[in-house]
Design a protein around this ligand. Structure first.
Ligand code: SAH
Ligand code: SF4
Ligand code: F3S
Length: 471
């Protein structure tokens, strides 16, 4: 893959995470000014945006949700599929107009897109009104770039992973549930995927730093943490000490924070020990996102996924048997090059066997520089779309039937905020990550409450707060 060479890369000299203390530069230079941030992509980016917000607020900016009120705009971008690119370039068109009205507007582009050399070059040549371009490996440089206030476009993108920073000043979106990075990057190199290029090699954070962060969140009243990584169950494989994800999970559970979940697990790294730990700690949520990608062993091989259809089903059944009430969700790609109708039928077969709680489904999008992009793509778009629709229909019917099983039951729900479904309602999630709109619980935001489930749809449940009357 062509990596950006706009600036000499910061080279890492060993395989261990090089941990640095975050700079957390503070200034009141931009006091009274507003920032607008838009985040695309996965949870990793959502959490990175919390770091970016911390950087901006340390410089004096306050957040605005009105684009027209902004003095600085940051787009935290995603590169996973072509349509992620299209959204960003569409939004840049709007920003170009805005900049004509307000020439002092500072426009910054960060995240995964600038890590692709073609994008960085395009921004340089065709979008000179963008002031600052930074990448995933140097978010910590953003404050310095903004303070430099250069009239020339500043591009700082590193092609090789940078350091792991500890003690960043995050501005978290929630005071109830928090993201906790346990690792950065990915070493799996699935043949279709851009992430190992945009995020670099796997770098696990140190156990003590993760546990301290969770403990601190618990002390500050957080009820839930989500351990984050592209491949969380490979945690520790790059550490010098002998330490794995199951042990980390066990130690996080022992902090007694009310709820713990983790995304994303790779089937290849899923161990029996992990299943035992999840089954034995009530504060580890019985919810697992286990991407399948394809049900055809032939396509899985071409994807470099390292498991067969049969191995996936065996793992799935083992998890279902040993973790009572577990919900399992997945990701599936249709239209990977060489996917025949028979291969697609194999995917439907796995979906019909596993009956997932829900799934994210995608049409394959070739990414420049990945091995799969070199395979000739001969499947017409109409065929891919037809497969996607067919797959979604099957997935949605299973989601609905799983959700219907909840009707009449009482479920513990962590209430996160007001619901869009009515003024008297709040929303939250069950332990199995089912979205519930709850009536009669307006005072309970931030609490774990008991909810009587009254109705079910494909994507959510309805419920009423359960009041216990003691005799
Ligand atoms: N690390 C996670 C998720 C990575 S991205 C994992 O391995 O599961 C989220 C999902 O996007 C992937 O699971 C995959 O289904 C999808 N995806 C990744 N690259 C893609 C591509 N080139 N085209 C279409 N979908 C893709
Ligand atoms: Fe991409 Fe595969 Fe890594 Fe997931 S595990 S981020 S799909 S390379
Ligand atoms: Fe997108 Fe980057 Fe995440 S490519 S899916 S934002 S790691």
């Amino acid at each position: 893959m062509n990596l950006p060479d706009l600036k000499q890369a910061r080279l890492r000299t060993d395989n261990l995470p090089q941990v640095l203390e975050a700079k957390n530069i503070k200034s009141d230079k931009f006091k009274g000014k507003n920032y607008f941030i838009r985040t695309y992509g996965c949870q990793m980016n959502v959490h990175d945006s919390e770091e970016i917000k911390g950087i901006l607020e340390n410089l004096g900016f306050s957040e605005t949700e009105e684009l027209e009120q902004a003095d600085i705009v940051v787009l935290n971008t995603c590169a996973i599929r072509e349509n992620a690119h299209d959204k960003v370039f569409g939004f840049l068109g709007r920003l170009k107009h805005l900049k004509k009205e307000n020439p002092n507007l500072i426009i910054c582009i960060g995240g995964c897109m600038p890590q692709e050399s073609s994008v960085a070059t395009l921004l340089k040549e065709k979008y000179p009104f963008v002031n600052i371009v930074f990448g995933t490996h140097n978010i910590d440089d953003l404050a310095t770039l903004i303070l430099a206030e250069s009239k020339k476009q500043q591009i700082e993108v590193f092609s090789i992973e940078g350091n792991v920073y500890e003690h960043m000043d995050y501005v978290r979106d929630s005071s109830i549930t928090a993201w906790v990075n346990i690792m950065y990057g990915c070493d799996k190199f699935c043949t279709y995927c851009i992430v190992p290029f945009t995020r670099g090699k796997q770098r696990s954070r140190k156990v003590k730093d993760i546990l301290n962060e969770v403990q601190d969140l618990k002390n500050r009243g957080y009820k839930e943490v989500t351990l984050l990584g592209q491949n969380v169950n490979a945690y520790g494989k790059d550490l010098e000490e002998d330490y794995d994800f199951a042990t980390l999970l066990e130690n996080v559970a022992k902090t007694n924070i009310e709820r713990i979940r983790f995304v994303t697990s790779h089937p290849w790294d899923f161990t029996d020990k992990m299943i035992d730990v999840i089954a034995s700690f009530p504060n580890i949520m019985p919810y697992i996102h286990l991407p399948l990608q394809s049900g055809s062993s032939k396509i899985l091989k071409l994807m470099g996924r390292r498991y067969t259809k049969e191995e996936y089903i065996t793992l799935y059944n083992k998890i279902k048997e040993r973790i009572p009430g577990v919900s399992i969700t997945t990701d599936i790609i249709v239209g990977f090059p060489n996917e025949t109708e028979e291969d697609f039928e194999e995917t439907l077969d796995v979906v019909n066997t596993c009956k997932f709680d829900s799934a994210f489904t995608f049409i394959y999008s070739p990414r420049e520089g990945t091995p799969a992009s070199l395979i000739k793509d001969t499947i017409p778009l109409e065929v891919k779309e037809e497969r996607l629709h067919k797959l979604n229909d099957v997935i949605n019917s299973y989601s609905l039937s799983h959700n219907k099983e909840y009707i009449g039951k009482n479920e513990e729900v962590l209430v996160l905020g007001p619901s869009e479904k009515g003024e008297d309602k709040v929303y939250g999630y069950t332990k199995t990550m089912k979205l519930v709109n709850v009536s009669g619980a307006k005072e309970d935001i931030g609490k774990l409450i008991n909810v009587h489930i009254t109705d079910a749809k494909s994507f959510s449940l309805d419920g009423k707060k359960e009041i216990f009357i003691k005799n």
